[in-house]
Design a protein around this ligand. Structure first.
Ligand code: PAF
Length: 283
């Protein structure tokens, strides 16, 4: 199978997009930071099904990392990413250098919507501003009709959907289910950082979510109690730090003290030095 064509700069992408638009092709974009796993590939499959052409963007976006985060060590695996993509189907890859996206005189940015403020927003203050800015640029560059995001980054998909709505961006956002290992661990590019002992501890996130879903299905309506219990389960399992264990409204992400469906349960915890997130919606 042929490796995907890799476009390295804005001009070559714009030219290619122009040829597709001229013949009326619909475009799907799958924004990624590379280090592709089956979760990403499920987004690529969804795009291949819905759009005439699929552009996978691979760009480790510096503006969404804080100075203390893992920008410099973030896994970069372009060759194997291209191999994986070629197994899935016929896609184009846009993998620009940082200066293509952020030239020296770049200075505009998006103020992320209010839904960015709780949860991740409290622990990663400028993260969603960086995400929203690069995502809007990628939407504009690819002129995509559809964009595919994973439910794994639940708050991110809410931020993107709200931005698209608030700014009337002409694109349809599709959200695809979390892909998990057979034992429940949500796929993440950061899972490669986990030792085998840490990986065992990391399972406590999906196990805690499953347990909490069970509690809700059997009638638990006290959101506050459930949040305390979820946090305690993670700590008992040996996580290093719990950033949040939340029961929230899936639209606003505001904490729900009295549970009313639909509800989203969201966890963020550090195992060793690796920060993991997971979530589950109960509808
Ligand atoms: O989810 C990600 O990988 C990134 O946040 C995204 C959407 C590609 C923006 O850099």
């Amino acid at each position: 199978v042929l490796l995907p064509e890799v476009l390295r700069n804005v001009d070559s992408l714009k030219n290619q997009v122009g040829t597709w638009k001229q013949v009326g092709k619909t475009i799907g974009v799958v924004p990624t930071m590379g280090a592709l796993h089956d979760g990403h590939l499920s987004l690529v499959r969804a795009s291949l099904t819905e759009a005439d052409v699929t552009v996978v963007t691979i760009f480790v976006n510096p503006t969404q990392f804080s100075p203390t985060e893992d920008l410099d060590s973030y896994p970069q695996t372009l060759e194997s990413d291209l191999d994986k993509l070629s197994d899935v189907g016929n896609v184009w890859v846009f993998a620009p250098a940082v200066t293509e996206i952020y030239p020296a005189d770049f200075s505009t940015s998006i103020l992320a919507p209010a839904v960015s403020e709780p949860l991740e927003g409290e622990h990663r203050p400028n993260h969603f501003g960086g995400v929203a800015t690069v995502v809007l640029k990628l939407f504009n560059l690819t002129e995509a009709n559809f964009a595919f995001f994973g439910q794994k980054d639940f708050q991110q998909q809410r931020v993107v959907q709200q931005m698209v709505r608030d700014l009337n961006v002409p694109i349809k956002i599709r959200v695809c289910p979390i892909v998990r290992e057979p034992d429940g661990l949500a796929l993440s590019s950061r899972n490669v950082y986990l030792s085998s002992d840490e990986r065992e501890i990391a399972l406590s996130l999906s196990r805690t979510l499953n347990w909490a879903v069970g509690q809700i299905l059997s009638g638990q309506r006290d959101g506050y109690e459930l949040m305390v219990e979820m946090r305690q389960r993670l700590i008992d399992a040996g996580v290093t730090r719990v950033d949040y264990a939340a029961v929230a409204d899936p639209h606003s992400l505001a904490t729900m003290e009295t549970i009313q469906l639909p509800v989203v349960l969201l966890l963020a915890a550090t195992v060793g030095t690796t920060r993991l997130i997971d979530n589950e919606v109960v509808a």
